[in-house]
Design a protein around this ligand. Sequence first.
Ligand code: PLP
Length: 416
Amino acid sequence: MTPTVSIQPQDALYWNKIRNDFPILQQSVNGYPLVYLDNAASSQKPQQVIDSIVHYYTTYNANVHRGVHTLSQKGTDAFEAARKKVQHFIGANSEKEIIFTKGTTNSVNLLAYTFSQQMLMPDDEILITAMEHHANLVPWQMACERTGAKLRVIPMNDEGELQLDQLDNLITDKTRLISVVHVSNALGTVNPVKYIIDKAHNHHIPVMIDGAQAIPHQPVNVKELDCDFYCFSGHKMCAPTGIGVLYAKQTWLEKLPPFEGGGEMISDVSFEKTTYNELPFKFEAGTPHIEGVIALGQAIDYLENIGMDAIYAREMYLHNLAYEKLNTIPGFIPVGKAAKKASVISFLIDGIHPYDLGVILDKQGIAVRTGHHCTQPIMKQFNIPGTVRASFAFYNSEQDVEFFIAAIKKAVKMLS
Ligand code: PLP
């Protein structure tokens, strides 16, 4: 595929070629063509990414950073080249600011643990929002339990939008950090994170952004955002599971203590004292997920080749197509109606349990997610047990939307 900025979201020839890069999508499930609409949970992987893993294991598998032999040096070069790709992909100042982790959850835990050790005192406050994934809630709660700090929450309205008029009251001289989800996985809300970051910085408060649902679907530039920390997972952006990133401004990484101890993160070890390695290795103890990092680099090449603007436009086109059709189904109740949304449709059909709907859709080859989507406080606010969530990726097709709508209509008939 040649990179271009002029790909149209409806260019069937182009997007069909892209879809063919994903071997898993060519199969039938329960006798129907697979319609994969669970992309917010995990994305599928293109052949190019799969090939990069096979290539690594069949030609230069060896541990990185420590070896003088050729394979180890090749592996180290590929590993560090991938770090550079991540740096450029998110617009970071330096590769020293890119810490490889197991994923968003691991990134938030790393930060919550080290930040609380260094920065939190009893009665200090951490500010999160009412729409956080549990991954950006529980680690901060645990940090508060350890230190005596308090968790405070920016509320949201019934549309699923943050009530930012309350921010001024919620920020106090005790606020030590604000941690906000960029795009809500359960509602699809795109939060105005730049506004929050600027406001926080006026009070000299650092901001962490949970970018798990933003990075795969839209351009993100951490320098322009000026966020202090940004987390994401590889598996939601066409890379393998078990690899993720914590971006942090270098000044913060220099200030914070290491998370885990062991090999690689040290400079000098004796029984009396250990000194720590330079950045980013101070935060990467032990043998890393080498093929995961290399494949993440390949996934970034793949996404950049299409272009994040083109990906965003394609996904919103599919989202809007599906939304218009869903809206004509009697009993359709969208959950999350923010003015600025990503390609996630969370919904209920009046009188039908989301789980039952999910099961009947699966029988027709449609993969959607049902339940609380690891956002129980959202479900509690809306007083619902969960939702059905259809989340679109650029490799979905108009036909996927058609099959999805037809399957819902059939399920509604069966379950009503
Ligand atoms: N944050 C958000 C908004 C998510 O959607 C998810 C996963 O669904 C996570 C965090 C956790 O990501 P992971 O399970 O890859 O660590």
